[in-house]
Write a new protein. Structure first.
Length: 159
């Protein structure tokens, strides 16, 4: 299984980089993981809705360059489907059973995802109706993907 995470911005905080490195190492026995960081746009204070849309479009164009033909694209979106860990694991297992060998998770920037990326997505996933910093979301996503692999391997981790 190939898993990609595509997200805007670089992780500057050491504690987040350390967590990402740890989950990347743990996942290496289950999948080939790639993390693509695309340049993020700075959002000016008091930006107009038009400026916000332009920023999302620019970030979306950068994200789109990493989306591979044939990959199953999962966009993290607040209006996506919410699942518990076991159901998320079952979803990943179901994709594998149906021949999906490449999954790409897309995390939006501070303003969210460009509508074109959401339209391209095969599925939208929500971790919560709450908003999380996109840098922290990488760690949360990696932990849940790791948890899903452990659940599907019937290994003790998810309890």
């Amino acid at each position: 299984m190939n898993i990609d995470i595509i997200a805007p911005g670089r992780i500057k905080e050491r504690y987040l980089r350390d967590a990402i490195d740890e989950y990347s190492k743990r996942l290496s026995r289950f999948c080939k993981l790639n993390i693509y960081e695309v340049a993020d746009e700075k959002t000016p204070e008091h930006a107009t809705p038009g400026t916000d849309e332009l920023i999302k479009r620019k970030e979306g164009e950068r994200i789109a360059k990493h989306i591979k033909d044939g990959a199953y694209v999962i966009a993290l979106a607040i209006d996506g489907q919410m699942l518990g860990s076991e159901r998320f694991a079952a979803k990943l297992e179901d994709l594998t059973v149906h021949g999906v060998s490449h999954i790409q998770f897309i995390i939006g920037g501070s303003l969210g995802l460009d509508p074109a990326i959401l339209k391209r997505a095969d599925w939208k996933l929500s971790f919560s109706p709450m908003t999380f910093p996109h840098q922290l979301m990488r760690v949360i996503l990696l932990e849940q993907v790791y948890r899903a692999f452990k659940i599907n391997a019937h290994e003790p981790y998810h309890k």
